[in-house]
Design a protein around this ligand. Structure first.
Ligand code: BES
Ligand code: MN
Ligand code: MN
Length: 463
C-alpha cells in the first residue's frame, strides 16, 4: 500500500465524520428560508479548506449565495488544477418518503453498496463528492505528494442554475487562471465498472401558463362550452412530440450534431442496455425517440419533459370546477450545438402559435445552460483515465452524460479551460430524490483517485 492509501485508511473515520457535519447543515439554495444555512455551510467549507492547508481562503459574495475560494500555489512552474464543486443541495421534499431525516446522515448497507452508503441530502450531489477533493488535498499535503498547484472554487448556487457565477468568472479571470478544471459531480457506471463522463447536456427550462375564463367556473353550468385550460394544456403538451417521440417544435433539431456510426458503435460497448433501465426502475418497458437506444436517448439526443403540472382542484374529495388557469414547468435537455436561448425562443414561438383562440398562453423562461463535450485527447482526460485505471484496476469507459452543469460550458468560454468530469456517484444513488445516498467505497475511492489525477496531470501536462 502506498503512503497515500495508508493515510486514507488511518483517517477514514474522521473523513466520514467531517462530511457528516457538513451534511447536517440544510444548505437548500432554492428556498430563501435556508439562506442563513447556506451561508453557514460556506463558512464551514472555508474553515475546512484552511484546516486542510489552503491559503488565501475567502468567501466571495455574489449577487446570490456566496462562493468559497482557496488556493495552494507551491511552485509556479507546476501546472494548476482548478477544482469546482457545489455545497448547495436540492430541497429534500417529499419528506415523508425518506426512511431517515434528510439532514441526519446515517450509514446503511444496500445491495449496490455492501460496504455501506451515507444517506443524506447532498451526500452524493455534491457535498460528498466536493469534500473528497478537500480530503484528497489534505492527504497530498500530509504525505508530501502534492504534484500541482491547486485552486478551489466551491459554489452555493449550482442547484438553482449558477446564475451569479458567470459575472464572478468574468470578474476573476486572472485569479482563476489554471490549466484544467476538475469536477466530481457526476457518476460512474458501477463500482466495478469505472467510467468518465465526456459530456453534459444543456438545458432550456420554461414555465407556461394557460388562461381560459376570467374566473373558476361551475363545470356543470359551463363545461362543454368554455375551454378548460387544463384540457387545452394537456393537448398542447401532447402535441409537442409525435408518435416517434420526435419533438415537433420547428427548428428544434436544426443544430443537433449527429454522431457518426463509429461513435455510436463505440457507445454501444458500454454495459448499459434497455434491460438496465427496466430492471433498476421496475418498468414495463422503456420508451423514447425512435431509432435510438436508451443510453443514446439519455445522452446524445435532446429531450422534452414536463417536470410539474398543476391547476384546478387537487384537495380531498371532488369539487366540480372548470379552472381559470393551468400551469406546467417544462425542461428541454440539449445537445451540441443547440443553444438554450435559441431553443427557448423557438419553444415560446411554437407554443404561442399552437394555442387555440379560446385561451391565452404565457411562456416564462427559467435558467438554462449550454451542453458540453470533453475531448478525450488532452492531458486532463488522459490523467483522469490513468488515475481511475490505477485506482480501480480497470480501464474507465468514456460515456456521455445526460445531466447538466450549466457552468461548465462557461468555464471554457470565459476562462478558456476544459473540464474533466471525474465523478464517483452511481445513477442509483437517488440524487434529487428521497433517500439520496453515496457509497462509503465511492467516497474513499474518490479520495484515493484524486491524488493520482494530480500526479498524472503533472506528468502529462509537461509533455
Ligand atoms: N450534479 C448534477 C448534474 C449531473 C448529475 C450530471 C449526474 C451528470 C450526472 C447537478 O447538480 C444537477 O443536478 N444539475 C441540474 C441542473 C441545474 C441547473 C439545476 C440538472 O441536471 O438537472
Ligand atoms: Mn451536482
Ligand atoms: Mn444536482
Amino acid at each position: 500500500m502506498s503512503e497515500i492509501n495508508n493515510y486514507i485508511a488511518a483517517n477514514k473515520d474522521r473523513f466520514l465524520e467531517e462530511l457528516f457535519e457538513l451534511l447536517r447543515i440544510p444548505s437548500i439554495s432554492a428556498d430563501s428560508a435556508y439562506k442563513a444555512d447556506v451561508s453557514r455551510t460556506a463558512e464551514e467549507v472555508k474553515k475546512r479548506l484552511i484546516e486542510a492547508g489552503a491559503d488565501h481562503v475567502e468567501i466571495c459574495p455574489t449577487g446570490g449565495h456566496p462562493m468559497v475560494y482557496g488556493e495552494k500555489i507551491i511552485d509556479a512552474s507546476l501546472p494548476t488544477v482548478l477544482v469546482y464543486g457545489h455545497y448547495d443541495v436540492q430541497p429534500p421534499d417529499p419528506l415523508e418518503l425518506w426512511d431517515n431525516p434528510p439532514f441526519e446522515p446515517v450509514i446503511k448497507k444496500t445491495e449496490l453498496h455492501p460496504e455501506g452508503a451515507i444517506f443524506a441530502r447532498g451526500s452524493c450531489d455534491d457535498k460528498g463528492q466536493m469534500y473528497m477533493h478537500v480530503k484528497a488535498f489534505e492527504t497530498m499535503l500530509q504525505t508530501n505528494t502534492l504534484a500541482c498547484n491547486v485552486k478551489f472554487m466551491i459554489e452555493g448556487e449550482e442547484e438553482v442554475g449558477s446564475e451569479n457565477l458567470e459575472s464572478f468568472l468574468r470578474a476573476n479571470v486572472d485569479k482563476l487562471n489554471a490549466d484544467v478544471i476538475l469536477i466530481s459531480d457526476t457518476g460512474i457506471i458501477a463500482n466495478d465498472t469505472p467510467s468518465i463522463m465526456t459530456g453534459l447536456r444543456g438545458l432550456s427550462y420554461v414555465e407556461v401558463e394557460v388562461t381560459g375564463p376570467n374566473r373558476d367556473l361551475h363545470s356543470g353550468l359551463y363545461g362543454g362550452a368554455v375551454a378548460n385550460p387544463i384540457n387545452v394544456l394537456s393537448d398542447m403538451i401532447s402535441s409537442l412530440m409525435d408518435e416517434n417521440k420526435h419533438i415537433t417544435i420547428p427548428g428544434f433539431y436544426d443544430k443537433v450534431i449527429e454522431l457518426s456510426n463509429e461513435e455510436r458503435t463505440a457507445m454501444a460497448e458500454a454495459p448499459i442496455t434497455d434491460e438496465t433501465y427496466i430492471k433498476s426502475l421496475n418498468l414495463g418497458a422503456v420508451q423514447g425517440e425512435k431509432g435510438y437506444s436508451s443510453l443514446e436517448r439519455t445522452s446524445i439526443r435532446p429531450t422534452l419533459d414536463v417536470n410539474g403540472i398543476w391547476g384546478g382542484y387537487i384537495g380531498e374529495g371532488a369539487k366540480t370546477v372548470l379552472p381559470s388557469k393551468a400551469h406546467a414547468k417544462i425542461s428541454m435537455r440539449l445537445v451540441p450545438d443547440q443553444d438554450p436561448d435559441e431553443i427557448t425562443e423557438l419553444f415560446k414561438k411554437h407554443f404561442e402559435s399552437i394555442a387555440p383562440a379560446s385561451v391565452k398562453v404565457k411562456v416564462s423562461p427559467h435558467h438554462g445552460g449550454k451542453p458540453y463535450v470533453t475531448p478525450v485527447d488532452f492531458a486532463g482526460y488522459q490523467a483522469a483515465h490513468q488515475a481511475m485505471a490505477e485506482a480501480f484496476g480497470k480501464n474507465p469507459i468514456p460515456v456521455r452524460g445526460g445531466g447538466s452543469i450549466p457552468i461548465v460550458a462557461l468555464f471554457e468560454e470565459i476562462l478558456g479551460l476544459k473540464s474533466v468530469l471525474m465523478g464517483f456517484g452511481l445513477d442509483s444513488d437517488a440524487i434529487h430524490s428521497p433517500n439520496e445516498h453515496y457509497g462509503v467505497f465511492n467516497y474513499l475511492k474518490g479520495i484515493e483517485t484524486i491524488p493520482l489525477f494530480y500526479k498524472y496531470f503533472a506528468e502529462l501536462h509537461q509533455k
